[in-house]
Design a protein around this ligand. Structure first.
Ligand code: MV4
Length: 448
Protein backbone atom coordinates (compact mmCIF):
# COMPACT_ATOMS: atom_id res chain seq x y z
CA UNK A 1 0.00 0.00 0.00
CA UNK A 2 1.05 3.60 -0.57
CA UNK A 3 2.64 5.46 2.34
CA UNK A 4 1.24 8.86 1.26
CA UNK A 5 -1.77 9.78 -0.90
CA UNK A 6 -2.74 13.26 -2.09
CA UNK A 7 -6.42 14.08 -2.50
CA UNK A 8 -6.96 16.46 -5.41
CA UNK A 9 -10.45 17.57 -4.48
CA UNK A 10 -12.50 19.38 -1.85
CA UNK A 11 -15.69 19.11 0.19
CA UNK A 12 -17.43 15.89 1.12
CA UNK A 13 -15.63 13.67 -1.40
CA UNK A 14 -12.19 14.81 -0.23
CA UNK A 15 -13.23 13.95 3.34
CA UNK A 16 -14.53 10.56 2.19
CA UNK A 17 -11.19 9.71 0.54
CA UNK A 18 -9.22 11.01 3.52
CA UNK A 19 -11.23 8.67 5.75
CA UNK A 20 -10.33 5.70 3.56
CA UNK A 21 -6.65 6.70 3.76
CA UNK A 22 -6.87 6.80 7.54
CA UNK A 23 -8.50 3.36 7.66
CA UNK A 24 -5.65 1.91 5.60
CA UNK A 25 -2.93 3.63 7.64
CA UNK A 26 -1.99 5.87 4.72
CA UNK A 27 -0.66 9.38 5.37
CA UNK A 28 -2.91 11.90 3.65
CA UNK A 29 -2.31 15.21 1.94
CA UNK A 30 -5.10 17.69 1.14
CA UNK A 31 -4.80 20.51 -1.35
CA UNK A 32 -6.88 23.65 -1.08
CA UNK A 33 -7.58 27.00 -2.66
CA UNK A 34 -7.48 30.37 -0.90
CA UNK A 35 -11.29 30.15 -0.58
CA UNK A 36 -11.06 26.85 1.31
CA UNK A 37 -8.62 27.66 4.12
CA UNK A 38 -10.08 26.21 7.32
CA UNK A 39 -12.58 23.98 5.51
CA UNK A 40 -13.09 20.50 6.99
CA UNK A 41 -11.30 18.67 4.16
CA UNK A 42 -8.19 20.73 4.92
CA UNK A 43 -8.17 20.09 8.66
CA UNK A 44 -9.03 16.38 8.20
CA UNK A 45 -5.78 15.64 6.37
CA UNK A 46 -2.39 14.91 7.92
CA UNK A 47 -0.92 17.69 5.81
CA UNK A 48 -2.37 20.38 3.55
CA UNK A 49 -0.94 22.39 0.67
CA UNK A 50 -2.30 25.70 -0.62
CA UNK A 51 -2.40 25.42 -4.42
CA UNK A 52 -3.84 28.72 -5.60
CA UNK A 53 -6.66 31.28 -5.69
CA UNK A 54 -10.37 30.49 -5.52
CA UNK A 55 -11.13 29.99 -9.24
CA UNK A 56 -10.91 26.24 -9.93
CA UNK A 57 -8.83 26.83 -13.06
CA UNK A 58 -6.08 28.27 -10.85
CA UNK A 59 -6.32 25.67 -8.08
CA UNK A 60 -8.25 22.37 -8.25
CA UNK A 61 -7.88 22.24 -12.05
CA UNK A 62 -4.25 23.37 -12.08
CA UNK A 63 -2.32 20.22 -13.02
CA UNK A 64 1.13 21.71 -12.43
CA UNK A 65 0.31 23.03 -8.96
CA UNK A 66 -1.17 19.71 -7.92
CA UNK A 67 1.80 17.71 -9.17
CA UNK A 68 4.11 20.17 -7.40
CA UNK A 69 2.19 19.61 -4.16
CA UNK A 70 2.50 15.84 -4.63
CA UNK A 71 6.24 16.07 -5.18
CA UNK A 72 6.73 18.43 -2.23
CA UNK A 73 4.89 16.07 0.13
CA UNK A 74 6.34 12.86 -1.41
CA UNK A 75 2.88 11.58 -2.27
CA UNK A 76 3.05 8.33 -4.23
CA UNK A 77 -0.52 8.50 -5.49
CA UNK A 78 -3.27 11.01 -6.24
CA UNK A 79 -6.99 10.44 -5.74
CA UNK A 80 -8.93 12.84 -7.98
CA UNK A 81 -12.40 12.35 -6.41
CA UNK A 82 -15.15 13.27 -8.89
CA UNK A 83 -15.48 16.35 -11.08
CA UNK A 84 -12.38 18.58 -11.45
CA UNK A 85 -9.54 16.48 -12.95
CA UNK A 86 -11.07 13.06 -12.31
CA UNK A 87 -11.82 12.28 -15.97
CA UNK A 88 -9.03 14.32 -17.50
CA UNK A 89 -6.78 11.85 -19.34
CA UNK A 90 -4.02 14.42 -19.71
CA UNK A 91 -3.89 14.71 -15.94
CA UNK A 92 -3.81 10.91 -15.52
CA UNK A 93 -0.99 10.75 -18.07
CA UNK A 94 0.89 13.61 -16.39
CA UNK A 95 0.71 11.68 -13.10
CA UNK A 96 2.13 8.58 -14.75
CA UNK A 97 4.93 10.62 -16.33
CA UNK A 98 5.73 12.10 -12.93
CA UNK A 99 5.94 8.59 -11.44
CA UNK A 100 2.81 9.15 -9.32
CA UNK A 101 -0.04 6.62 -9.35
CA UNK A 102 -3.34 8.02 -10.58
CA UNK A 103 -6.10 6.37 -8.53
CA UNK A 104 -8.36 5.53 -11.44
CA UNK A 105 -8.19 3.74 -14.78
CA UNK A 106 -5.24 3.98 -17.19
CA UNK A 107 -5.19 7.32 -19.05
CA UNK A 108 -5.81 5.63 -22.41
CA UNK A 109 -9.07 4.12 -21.09
CA UNK A 110 -10.19 7.51 -19.73
CA UNK A 111 -9.52 9.00 -23.17
CA UNK A 112 -11.41 6.21 -24.97
CA UNK A 113 -14.50 6.49 -22.80
CA UNK A 114 -14.31 10.31 -22.75
CA UNK A 115 -15.06 10.45 -26.43
CA UNK A 116 -18.69 9.47 -26.19
CA UNK A 117 -19.40 8.63 -29.82
CA UNK A 118 -16.32 6.38 -30.04
CA UNK A 119 -17.29 4.77 -26.72
CA UNK A 120 -20.72 3.92 -28.17
CA UNK A 121 -19.02 2.20 -31.11
CA UNK A 122 -16.66 0.30 -28.83
CA UNK A 123 -19.50 -0.91 -26.62
CA UNK A 124 -21.61 -1.95 -29.61
CA UNK A 125 -18.65 -4.00 -30.86
CA UNK A 126 -18.38 -5.63 -27.43
CA UNK A 127 -22.02 -6.70 -27.75
CA UNK A 128 -23.48 -4.09 -25.39
CA UNK A 129 -26.82 -2.70 -26.65
CA UNK A 130 -26.48 1.05 -27.32
CA UNK A 131 -29.19 3.67 -27.83
CA UNK A 132 -29.99 3.71 -31.57
CA UNK A 133 -28.12 6.63 -33.11
CA UNK A 134 -25.08 7.84 -35.01
CA UNK A 135 -21.83 5.86 -35.03
CA UNK A 136 -19.71 8.92 -35.87
CA UNK A 137 -19.99 12.64 -35.15
CA UNK A 138 -22.47 14.44 -37.44
CA UNK A 139 -20.52 16.95 -39.58
CA UNK A 140 -23.16 19.62 -39.95
CA UNK A 141 -26.85 20.38 -39.65
CA UNK A 142 -27.61 18.76 -43.03
CA UNK A 143 -26.11 15.47 -41.94
CA UNK A 144 -27.82 15.75 -38.54
CA UNK A 145 -31.21 16.24 -40.19
CA UNK A 146 -30.82 13.33 -42.59
CA UNK A 147 -29.60 11.07 -39.76
CA UNK A 148 -32.54 12.16 -37.61
CA UNK A 149 -35.04 11.60 -40.42
CA UNK A 150 -33.74 8.05 -40.95
CA UNK A 151 -33.81 7.37 -37.19
CA UNK A 152 -37.15 9.03 -36.52
CA UNK A 153 -37.95 11.93 -34.17
CA UNK A 154 -37.69 12.79 -31.32
CA UNK A 155 -33.92 12.75 -31.15
CA UNK A 156 -31.35 13.77 -28.56
CA UNK A 157 -28.40 15.85 -29.70
CA UNK A 158 -25.32 15.20 -27.58
CA UNK A 159 -21.72 16.40 -27.33
CA UNK A 160 -19.09 13.77 -28.04
CA UNK A 161 -16.43 15.50 -25.94
CA UNK A 162 -18.05 14.86 -22.58
CA UNK A 163 -21.17 13.47 -21.02
CA UNK A 164 -23.38 14.44 -18.13
CA UNK A 165 -25.88 16.37 -20.20
CA UNK A 166 -23.75 19.39 -21.17
CA UNK A 167 -24.63 20.54 -24.68
CA UNK A 168 -27.48 18.04 -24.76
CA UNK A 169 -30.74 19.01 -26.47
CA UNK A 170 -33.98 17.29 -27.47
CA UNK A 171 -35.45 17.90 -30.90
CA UNK A 172 -38.96 16.80 -31.87
CA UNK A 173 -38.63 17.80 -35.53
CA UNK A 174 -36.22 19.14 -38.15
CA UNK A 175 -36.99 22.75 -37.16
CA UNK A 176 -36.10 22.17 -33.52
CA UNK A 177 -32.93 20.38 -34.59
CA UNK A 178 -31.93 23.37 -36.74
CA UNK A 179 -32.53 25.62 -33.75
CA UNK A 180 -30.60 23.45 -31.29
CA UNK A 181 -27.62 22.52 -33.45
CA UNK A 182 -25.50 25.71 -33.37
CA UNK A 183 -26.13 26.28 -29.66
CA UNK A 184 -25.16 22.71 -28.79
CA UNK A 185 -22.04 23.02 -30.95
CA UNK A 186 -21.01 26.23 -29.21
CA UNK A 187 -21.63 24.75 -25.74
CA UNK A 188 -19.70 21.59 -26.58
CA UNK A 189 -16.74 23.61 -27.85
CA UNK A 190 -16.78 25.84 -24.76
CA UNK A 191 -17.13 22.98 -22.25
CA UNK A 192 -14.93 20.30 -23.82
CA UNK A 193 -12.85 22.04 -26.49
CA UNK A 194 -14.51 19.72 -29.00
CA UNK A 195 -17.55 20.79 -31.02
CA UNK A 196 -18.38 17.23 -32.23
CA UNK A 197 -22.05 16.31 -31.84
CA UNK A 198 -23.90 13.02 -32.31
CA UNK A 199 -27.50 11.93 -32.34
CA UNK A 200 -29.51 9.37 -30.48
CA UNK A 201 -33.12 8.38 -30.64
CA UNK A 202 -34.85 10.08 -27.68
CA UNK A 203 -36.09 7.39 -25.30
CA UNK A 204 -39.28 8.65 -23.61
CA UNK A 205 -39.92 8.15 -19.91
CA UNK A 206 -37.10 5.66 -19.62
CA UNK A 207 -35.26 4.97 -16.41
CA UNK A 208 -31.67 5.91 -15.80
CA UNK A 209 -29.94 2.84 -14.34
CA UNK A 210 -26.20 2.48 -13.89
CA UNK A 211 -23.93 -0.44 -13.00
CA UNK A 212 -21.00 -0.06 -10.60
CA UNK A 213 -17.91 -1.82 -11.94
CA UNK A 214 -14.44 -2.60 -10.70
CA UNK A 215 -11.51 -4.01 -12.65
CA UNK A 216 -7.95 -4.96 -11.80
CA UNK A 217 -4.69 -5.16 -13.71
CA UNK A 218 -5.07 -8.92 -14.28
CA UNK A 219 -8.09 -8.17 -16.47
CA UNK A 220 -10.68 -9.31 -13.92
CA UNK A 221 -13.90 -7.27 -13.82
CA UNK A 222 -16.77 -7.51 -11.34
CA UNK A 223 -19.99 -5.53 -10.90
CA UNK A 224 -21.39 -4.23 -7.61
CA UNK A 225 -24.99 -4.25 -8.83
CA UNK A 226 -27.01 -1.29 -10.03
CA UNK A 227 -28.26 2.12 -8.98
CA UNK A 228 -31.42 3.88 -10.11
CA UNK A 229 -30.72 7.59 -10.81
CA UNK A 230 -33.75 8.93 -12.67
CA UNK A 231 -34.49 11.85 -10.33
CA UNK A 232 -32.33 14.60 -11.82
CA UNK A 233 -32.57 18.31 -12.48
CA UNK A 234 -30.54 20.01 -15.19
CA UNK A 235 -28.75 16.67 -15.59
CA UNK A 236 -27.56 16.59 -12.03
CA UNK A 237 -28.78 13.67 -9.99
CA UNK A 238 -30.70 14.50 -6.82
CA UNK A 239 -31.82 11.09 -5.57
CA UNK A 240 -30.23 7.69 -6.19
CA UNK A 241 -30.97 4.24 -4.85
CA UNK A 242 -30.03 0.61 -4.96
CA UNK A 243 -31.55 -1.80 -5.90
CA UNK A 244 -33.41 -0.16 -8.81
CA UNK A 245 -37.04 -0.64 -7.74
CA UNK A 246 -39.07 -2.85 -10.02
CA UNK A 247 -36.17 -3.89 -12.25
CA UNK A 248 -37.03 -7.42 -13.38
CA UNK A 249 -34.42 -9.95 -12.20
CA UNK A 250 -33.91 -11.24 -15.75
CA UNK A 251 -33.28 -7.70 -17.05
CA UNK A 252 -30.93 -6.96 -14.17
CA UNK A 253 -28.95 -10.10 -14.92
CA UNK A 254 -28.55 -9.20 -18.60
CA UNK A 255 -27.76 -5.57 -17.75
CA UNK A 256 -24.96 -6.37 -15.30
CA UNK A 257 -23.55 -9.07 -17.60
CA UNK A 258 -23.46 -6.59 -20.52
CA UNK A 259 -21.72 -4.00 -18.31
CA UNK A 260 -19.07 -6.50 -17.21
CA UNK A 261 -18.53 -7.61 -20.83
CA UNK A 262 -18.14 -4.00 -21.98
CA UNK A 263 -15.69 -3.10 -19.21
CA UNK A 264 -13.69 -6.28 -19.85
CA UNK A 265 -13.47 -5.48 -23.57
CA UNK A 266 -11.82 -2.10 -22.89
CA UNK A 267 -9.42 -3.46 -20.24
CA UNK A 268 -11.09 -1.48 -17.49
CA UNK A 269 -9.11 -1.02 -14.24
CA UNK A 270 -10.33 0.49 -10.93
CA UNK A 271 -13.82 1.91 -10.28
CA UNK A 272 -16.14 2.84 -13.13
CA UNK A 273 -19.82 3.14 -13.91
CA UNK A 274 -21.76 2.20 -16.99
CA UNK A 275 -24.92 4.25 -17.53
CA UNK A 276 -27.96 2.81 -19.28
CA UNK A 277 -31.48 3.81 -20.14
CA UNK A 278 -34.05 1.11 -19.41
CA UNK A 279 -37.40 1.31 -21.22
CA UNK A 280 -40.74 0.04 -20.01
CA UNK A 281 -40.38 -3.16 -22.03
CA UNK A 282 -37.16 -3.96 -20.15
CA UNK A 283 -34.91 -3.07 -23.08
CA UNK A 284 -31.66 -1.45 -21.95
CA UNK A 285 -29.28 0.78 -23.86
CA UNK A 286 -25.76 1.95 -23.11
CA UNK A 287 -25.46 5.73 -22.68
CA UNK A 288 -21.90 6.36 -21.50
CA UNK A 289 -19.24 5.15 -19.14
CA UNK A 290 -17.97 7.29 -16.28
CA UNK A 291 -14.36 6.53 -15.48
CA UNK A 292 -14.39 7.81 -11.90
CA UNK A 293 -15.82 7.17 -8.47
CA UNK A 294 -19.33 8.63 -8.54
CA UNK A 295 -21.05 10.96 -6.12
CA UNK A 296 -23.65 8.25 -5.43
CA UNK A 297 -21.18 5.46 -4.58
CA UNK A 298 -22.42 5.31 -0.93
CA UNK A 299 -25.71 3.63 -1.88
CA UNK A 300 -23.67 0.80 -3.36
CA UNK A 301 -21.51 0.66 -0.23
CA UNK A 302 -24.62 0.44 1.94
CA UNK A 303 -26.19 -2.48 0.06
CA UNK A 304 -22.95 -4.42 -0.50
CA UNK A 305 -21.20 -3.63 2.79
CA UNK A 306 -18.01 -2.92 0.81
CA UNK A 307 -15.73 0.11 0.96
CA UNK A 308 -15.30 1.33 -2.60
CA UNK A 309 -12.67 3.95 -1.87
CA UNK A 310 -10.43 1.55 0.03
CA UNK A 311 -10.78 -0.86 -2.91
CA UNK A 312 -9.74 1.92 -5.29
CA UNK A 313 -6.57 2.53 -3.26
CA UNK A 314 -5.74 -1.18 -3.14
CA UNK A 315 -6.17 -1.67 -6.86
CA UNK A 316 -4.13 1.44 -7.69
CA UNK A 317 -1.38 0.05 -5.43
CA UNK A 318 -1.29 -3.07 -7.62
CA UNK A 319 -3.43 -5.48 -5.61
CA UNK A 320 -5.95 -7.78 -7.28
CA UNK A 321 -9.69 -7.26 -6.87
CA UNK A 322 -10.50 -7.77 -3.18
CA UNK A 323 -13.73 -9.69 -3.95
CA UNK A 324 -15.00 -12.49 -6.18
CA UNK A 325 -18.26 -11.83 -8.01
CA UNK A 326 -20.16 -14.46 -5.98
CA UNK A 327 -19.31 -12.71 -2.70
CA UNK A 328 -20.71 -9.37 -3.82
CA UNK A 329 -24.26 -9.48 -2.49
CA UNK A 330 -26.89 -6.79 -2.70
CA UNK A 331 -28.66 -6.78 0.68
CA UNK A 332 -31.50 -4.55 1.77
CA UNK A 333 -31.98 -1.15 0.16
CA UNK A 334 -30.30 2.26 0.28
CA UNK A 335 -31.36 5.72 -0.89
CA UNK A 336 -29.23 8.86 -1.22
CA UNK A 337 -30.47 12.46 -1.29
CA UNK A 338 -28.15 15.27 -2.36
CA UNK A 339 -28.35 18.50 -0.39
CA UNK A 340 -27.24 21.35 -2.65
CA UNK A 341 -27.03 25.07 -1.89
CA UNK A 342 -29.64 25.79 -4.55
CA UNK A 343 -33.11 27.27 -4.56
CA UNK A 344 -35.65 24.72 -5.84
CA UNK A 345 -38.27 27.49 -6.02
CA UNK A 346 -36.09 29.36 -8.53
CA UNK A 347 -35.26 26.55 -10.94
CA UNK A 348 -32.43 25.27 -8.72
CA UNK A 349 -30.37 28.45 -9.04
CA UNK A 350 -27.19 28.34 -6.93
CA UNK A 351 -27.68 30.00 -3.55
CA UNK A 352 -24.30 31.10 -2.22
CA UNK A 353 -23.94 32.39 1.33
CA UNK A 354 -22.61 31.64 4.79
CA UNK A 355 -23.89 28.60 6.68
CA UNK A 356 -25.39 29.85 9.94
CA UNK A 357 -27.10 26.64 11.12
CA UNK A 358 -26.29 23.02 10.35
CA UNK A 359 -28.24 20.27 12.07
CA UNK A 360 -27.36 16.80 10.84
CA UNK A 361 -29.68 13.83 11.30
CA UNK A 362 -28.65 10.51 12.83
CA UNK A 363 -29.93 7.18 14.02
CA UNK A 364 -30.02 3.59 12.83
CA UNK A 365 -29.24 3.19 9.13
CA UNK A 366 -28.44 6.88 8.56
CA UNK A 367 -25.18 8.07 7.04
CA UNK A 368 -24.22 11.67 6.30
CA UNK A 369 -21.35 12.73 4.04
CA UNK A 370 -20.93 16.42 4.74
CA UNK A 371 -18.30 18.81 3.39
CA UNK A 372 -19.28 22.03 5.14
CA UNK A 373 -19.50 23.51 8.64
CA UNK A 374 -21.18 26.44 10.36
CA UNK A 375 -19.53 29.79 9.66
CA UNK A 376 -18.15 28.78 6.25
CA UNK A 377 -19.08 30.60 3.06
CA UNK A 378 -20.41 28.52 0.18
CA UNK A 379 -18.90 30.27 -2.82
CA UNK A 380 -19.92 30.48 -6.47
CA UNK A 381 -16.59 28.98 -7.53
CA UNK A 382 -17.43 25.33 -6.93
CA UNK A 383 -20.16 22.72 -7.20
CA UNK A 384 -22.75 23.67 -4.54
CA UNK A 385 -23.11 20.16 -3.06
CA UNK A 386 -23.17 20.59 0.73
CA UNK A 387 -23.89 17.08 1.92
CA UNK A 388 -25.27 13.68 1.00
CA UNK A 389 -27.78 11.88 3.18
CA UNK A 390 -27.90 8.11 2.83
CA UNK A 391 -30.55 5.89 4.44
CA UNK A 392 -30.30 2.11 4.54
CA UNK A 393 -32.95 -0.44 5.50
CA UNK A 394 -33.75 -4.14 5.34
CA UNK A 395 -36.00 -3.23 2.45
CA UNK A 396 -36.93 -0.11 0.46
CA UNK A 397 -39.84 0.70 2.76
CA UNK A 398 -37.58 0.84 5.81
CA UNK A 399 -34.91 2.86 4.00
CA UNK A 400 -37.56 5.29 2.80
CA UNK A 401 -39.10 5.70 6.27
CA UNK A 402 -35.66 6.45 7.70
CA UNK A 403 -34.97 8.89 4.87
CA UNK A 404 -38.20 10.80 5.56
CA UNK A 405 -37.35 11.06 9.25
CA UNK A 406 -33.76 12.14 8.54
CA UNK A 407 -34.82 14.78 6.01
CA UNK A 408 -37.21 16.18 8.62
CA UNK A 409 -34.34 16.42 11.13
CA UNK A 410 -31.88 17.92 8.63
CA UNK A 411 -31.64 21.68 8.86
CA UNK A 412 -29.43 24.17 7.04
CA UNK A 413 -29.73 27.93 7.38
CA UNK A 414 -27.89 30.76 5.64
CA UNK A 415 -28.37 29.36 2.15
CA UNK A 416 -31.37 27.94 0.30
CA UNK A 417 -31.12 24.19 -0.18
CA UNK A 418 -32.71 21.31 -2.08
CA UNK A 419 -34.07 19.93 1.23
CA UNK A 420 -37.72 21.01 0.63
CA UNK A 421 -37.66 19.46 -2.83
CA UNK A 422 -36.15 16.21 -1.51
CA UNK A 423 -38.85 16.04 1.18
CA UNK A 424 -41.48 16.40 -1.55
CA UNK A 425 -39.86 13.61 -3.61
CA UNK A 426 -39.81 11.08 -0.76
CA UNK A 427 -43.36 12.06 0.27
CA UNK A 428 -44.74 11.57 -3.24
CA UNK A 429 -46.81 8.56 -4.22
CA UNK A 430 -44.80 8.18 -7.41
CA UNK A 431 -41.49 7.79 -5.60
CA UNK A 432 -42.98 5.70 -2.80
CA UNK A 433 -44.23 3.21 -5.40
CA UNK A 434 -40.83 3.24 -7.07
CA UNK A 435 -42.39 4.33 -10.34
CA UNK A 436 -39.75 6.80 -11.44
CA UNK A 437 -38.46 7.89 -14.84
CA UNK A 438 -36.18 10.58 -16.22
CA UNK A 439 -38.91 13.09 -17.10
CA UNK A 440 -40.67 13.27 -13.71
CA UNK A 441 -38.85 16.39 -12.45
CA UNK A 442 -39.47 18.38 -15.64
CA UNK A 443 -43.12 17.21 -15.62
CA UNK A 444 -43.42 18.85 -12.20
CA UNK A 445 -44.29 15.60 -10.41
CA UNK A 446 -42.74 16.86 -7.14
CA UNK A 447 -43.90 20.48 -7.17
CA UNK A 448 -46.50 19.72 -4.53
C1 MV4 B 1 -30.95 10.42 -22.87
C2 MV4 B 1 -32.29 10.43 -22.47
C3 MV4 B 1 -33.23 10.00 -23.37
N1 MV4 B 1 -32.86 9.57 -24.61
N2 MV4 B 1 -30.63 10.01 -24.10
C4 MV4 B 1 -29.11 12.66 -19.09
C5 MV4 B 1 -27.73 12.66 -18.51
C6 MV4 B 1 -26.89 11.89 -19.47
N3 MV4 B 1 -25.93 11.07 -18.80
C7 MV4 B 1 -27.87 11.08 -20.28
N4 MV4 B 1 -29.15 11.64 -20.07
C8 MV4 B 1 -30.22 11.25 -20.81
N5 MV4 B 1 -29.95 10.81 -22.05
C9 MV4 B 1 -31.58 9.59 -24.94
N6 MV4 B 1 -31.22 9.15 -26.15
C10 MV4 B 1 -32.58 10.85 -21.17
C11 MV4 B 1 -31.54 11.27 -20.35
C12 MV4 B 1 -31.91 11.64 -19.01
C13 MV4 B 1 -32.71 12.77 -18.74
C14 MV4 B 1 -33.19 13.60 -19.75
C15 MV4 B 1 -34.00 14.69 -19.46
C16 MV4 B 1 -34.33 14.96 -18.12
C17 MV4 B 1 -33.87 14.16 -17.11
C18 MV4 B 1 -33.05 13.05 -17.41
C19 MV4 B 1 -32.60 12.24 -16.36
C20 MV4 B 1 -31.80 11.16 -16.65
C21 MV4 B 1 -31.47 10.87 -17.97
Amino acid sequence: MFKTVLVANRGEIARRVLRACRALGVRSVAVYSEADAGWPHVTDADEAVLIGPAPARESYLNIERILEAARATRAEAIHPGYGFLSENWQFARACEEAGIAFIGPPWAVIRQMGEKVAARRLMATAGVPVVPGSDAPVKDLDEAQSTARAMGYPVMLKASGGGGGIGMARANDAGQLAQAFPTAQRRAQAAFGLADLYLERYLEEARHVEVQLFGDRDGAVVHLHERECSIQRRHQKLVEESPAPGLAPAVKLRLTAAAVAGATAVGYVNAGTMEFLVDRAGGFYFLEMNTRLQVEHPVTEEVTGLDLVQAQLRIAAGESLPWRQEEIRQRGAAIECRIYAEDPARNFMPSPGTITTLRLPGGEGIRVECGVAVGLAVSVHYDPLLAKLIARGQDREEALARMRQALAEFSVEGVKTTLPFLRAVVASERFTRGQVHTQLVEQGAFNG
